[in-house]
Design a protein around this ligand. Structure first.
Ligand code: GLU
Length: 455
């Protein structure tokens, strides 16, 4: 199959296809091969112009997109990303990943992704509101609670979802669950902001338990985390709650490293700074980052954390795609890292994945984002269910459902890896990379056969 010249999409496609080909799936069930060329083309792509007015009264223009990739399992579902790097290759890779991730949640959701090359950094709240309204003016006619339900991603959080929801409601005269990640007092789900980070840690809990026959937990483990947005913040808080030590966080300008562990107070400070698009560098002089008059964290400009963290047990890339290189993967393993799980989408380069997968025989275990970060969209699915019933579940109810979904997602990846493993006799842990890709793919493929999308 000839793929368009879209590097990130090609990378995501190759990850899936090589995981399938390097297993016994096609020898056991050759008909699944027919699904690949069909599932790799989006059902529909919408591309539109967004013009809006900045604070100086001038016109600005951006590209807007929605990739409606696959609706075999439910309405298209996936976030919106506002970032200057957004283009069709990025959104197609994200949409493609989302199809199989959503399948792994066990909930009824298809896959999609959208966004804009609008850069929210340095924009006033009024500019963000005007941009969101202009964006929704174009998107509104293509979405719906049973058609396509966007949510947040990089650059889109509760504030942006609120402005877009308001714009939709005014235009369509219709209050329905057309977006997830809504405010908690108006249709949002408890635990949705925490869900991706918490879910990531729940998934890794199971990895640790399985790999050590229940002998070890997060307690006392050193955990390197990258990123400082919503995923990284809540992953860090959950690691701390479970007794782990978070030794790093980062943003696009640099990394902070803390031998003794980043504290919940520091994470709260980072959380409020990030809402204002401030960099870590701008806030590390705040009092929560000093102890006895001395800096309690080290700041490394222009760096990602991986080669700077020293000995760690767990690494959770939670910033953006391709944020771990082959050399960084090697450095992590040399420093004793045993568990790597992505909070970001496609956080590891192909070279890094090869390093991790080759190290399974040395008890190194890697989980791809489409499994380990599925908690966010899972709670989005629970938000849709609550909206349909016009109810709101308690924190405990949502958190326990999230935990069950992540634990079952792990079991599904593990069992599928064992079932379709082509290298059964080789030593090492089963490949969660293969398990996640095969399990997600089979679920979508079976629905596509049943619905006549493939025959
Ligand atoms: N952007 C998140 C993801 O990558 C969540 C999407 C959603 O909740 O629809 O899975």
């Amino acid at each position: 199959m000839v793929l368009p010249n879209e590097p990130e999409f090609k990378q995501a496609y190759n990850e899936l296809v090589s995981a399938l080909e390097d297993s016994t799936l096609f020898s056991q069930s050759p008909e699944y091969k027919k699904v690949i060329p069909v599932v790799s083309i989006p059902e529909r792509i919408i591309q539109f112009r967004v013009t809006w007015e900045n604070d100086k009264g001038e016109i600005e223009v951006n590209n807007g997109f929605r990739v409606q990739f696959n609706s075999a399992l439910g309405p298209y579902k996936g976030g919106l990303r506002f970032h200057p790097t957004v283009n069709l290759s990025i959104l197609k890779f994200l949409g493609f990943e989302q199809i199989f991730k959503n399948a792994l949640t066990g909930l009824s959701m298809g896959g999609g992704k959208g966004g804009s090359d609008f850069n929210p950094k340095g924009r006033s709240d009024n500019e963000i509101r005007r941009f969101c309204t202009a964006f929704m003016r174009q998107l509104a006619r293509y979405i719906g609670a049973d058609t396509d339900v966007p949510a947040g991603d990089i650059g889109v959080g509760g504030r942006e979802v609120g402005y877009m929801f308001g714009a939709y409601k005014q235009m369509q005269n219709n209050w329905s669950g057309i977006l997830t990640g809504k405010g908690l007092t108006w249709g949002g789900s408890l635990i949705r902001p925490e869900a991706t980070g918490y879910g990531l840690v729940y998934y890794v809990e199971k990895m640790i338990e399985k790999a050590t026959n229940g002998k070890e937990t997060f307690k006392g483990k050193k955990v390197a985390i990258s990123g400082s947005g919503n995923v990284a913040q809540y992953a860090a808080l959950k690691v701390i709650e479970l007794g782990g030590i978070v030794v790093s966080l980062s943003d696009s300008k640099g990394a902070i490293i803390s031998e003794s562990g980043i504290t919940p107070d520091q994470i709260a400070e980072i959380g409020s700074a990030k809402l204002k698009h401030k960099s870590l560098h701008e806030i590390i002089s705040a009092s929560v980052f000093t102890q006895g008059g001395k800096a309690s964290v080290e700041y490394i400009e222009g760096a990602r954390p991986w080669v700077h963290v020293g000995q760690v047990d767990v690494a959770l890339p939670s910033a953006t795609q391709n944020e771990v290189s082959g050399d960084e993967a090697k450095a992590l393993i040399q420093n004793g890292c045993k568990f790597i799980a992505e909070g970001s989408n496609m956080g590891s380069t192909k070279e890094a994945i090869d390093v991790f997968e080759e190290s399974r025989s040395k008890d190194v275990w890697y989980a791809p984002g489409k499994a380990s970060n599925a908690g966010g969209v899972a709670v989005s699915g629970l938000e849709m269910a609550q909206n349909s019933q016009r109810v709101q579940w308690t924190t405990e109810e949502v958190d326990s459902k999230l935990k069950t979904i992540m634990y079952e997602c792990f079991d599904n990846c593990y069992e599928t890896a064992v079932k379709y493993s082509a290298d059964k006799n080789s030593e090492g842990l089963p490949s969660l990379l293969k398990g996640a890709n095969i399990a997600g793919f089979i679920k979508v493929a079976d629905a596509m056969f049943s619905q006549g999308d493939v025959f």
